[in-house]
Design a protein around this ligand. Structure first.
Ligand code: XMP
Length: 320
């Protein structure tokens, strides 16, 4: 904790002397890294920082609101929320293949972010929450294509007319250190200890082509899953990830005297230390029971819930 306090003090000095009177933009996703980078920069340069949050229509329930509340209202940061849901979803119509989805989402993100950045011509710096493992990983991906089984995307590759100086204040820190810096800067546990969430968001947790309507079903089911996992005290320290997946096929069920024909939700919960390998979590049966009945009772359009008992390998954590 002491070393992190001195890290923060030193970083603030560094950032101030590098940035001077200039302005900085940062793509805020709400994940641990960009959130901690935002908090650190804000501590250093206050209103000279503008965060850009892109709502791609593939976010979880209440995600945009909680970013707005925490960073906009609580921290009083300059925060620009770009509602780009329509732009993303219109590019994803009929797209089924996972890598194609990932590429499109990555490309539209760069386009949307670039447009937002162009509106901020005065900014000289682009800040990113790059951490030490990211630096190492991108070096190994560049040297070894097989290191990357799925195309991961984070910011990068802006068009050539946009030239920024890069600011990466977390580039020497490991994840645990990033979390500690976040805690010391006053970020809540719901941010610093949050589970990983893929850049392409719900887009890769919804099999087949995404639609607004079926994404809403997934969002509601996922919110129930996460709420119950949190209530059971398993979210923060026991599970690496816990989430729902949408399966775009319907099965027959019965509710009261009526036959139903509705979609399937799969539940995934894994234990892992680094995401490279993972074990499916042996969740208590009464918890699974509660999640299943809540989803079926509360989420219109779902009449069957299944649990994924595949470890990694051979499965991956995400389904796409
Ligand atoms: P898989 O599904 O490959 O996922 O077992 C391993 C870990 O990586 C996360 N993940 C991503 N993270 N951008 C990210 O920043 C991405 O595109 C992405 N895809 C997967 C996944 O949630 C798991 O923790």
């Amino acid at each position: 904790a002491w070393t992190m306090a001195s890290f923060i003090a030193r970083s603030i000095e560094d950032i101030r002397s590098r940035v001077g009177d200039d302005e900085v933009i940062l793509g805020l996703s709400g994940g641990v890294d960009s959130s901690v980078a935002a908090a650190l920069l804000h501590r250093a340069i206050g209103k000279q920082l503008t965060c850009i949050f892109v709502d791609n229509g593939l976010l979880r329930k209440n995600e945009a609101t909680s970013v707005q509340k925490l960073f906009g209202e609580n921290f009083q940061m300059n925060l620009r929320t770009v509602d780009a849901a329509e732009r993303f979803l219109s590019q994803l119509v009929d797209i089924e293949e996972p890598e194609q989805k990932r590429k499109i989402i990555g490309r539209v993100f760069v386009d949307v972010f670039a447009d937002a950045a162009r509106d901020m011509r005065r900014a000289r710096f682009l800040a990113q929450g790059t951490t030490y493992p990211d630096v190492i990983e991108s070096a190994s991906i560049n040297g070894n294509p097989s290191a990357m089984i799925k195309s991961h995307h984070n910011v990068g590759g802006l068009p050539p007319d946009l030239k920024f100086l890069l600011l990466e204040p977390l580039a020497q820190l490991f994840k645990d250190e990033v979390r500690e810096v976040g805690r010391q800067l006053g970020l809540p546990q719901s941010v610093v200890d949050r589970q990983p969430f893929p850049g392409p968001g719900l887009g890769v947790r919804h099999l087949g082509p995404v639609t607004k309507k079926t994404l809403d079903i997934l969002r509601e089911a996922d919110a129930v899953m996460v709420e119950e996992i949190k209530a059971a005290g398993l979210y923060y320290h026991k599970l690496w990830q816990a989430f729902a997946i949408f399966i775009p096929m319907r099965t027959v069920g019965v509710m009261g005297d009526l036959r139903t024909y509705e979609y399937i939700i799969a539940l995934r919960a894994v234990e892992s230390t680094d995401g490279m390998t993972a074990d499916w979590a042996d969740l208590p049966h009464d918890l699974l029971q509660r999640i299943s009945s809540r989803i079926i009772n509360e989420v219109r359009g779902v009449n069957r819930v299944v649990y994924d008992v595949t470890s990694k390998p051979p499965g991956t954590i995400e389904w796409e």
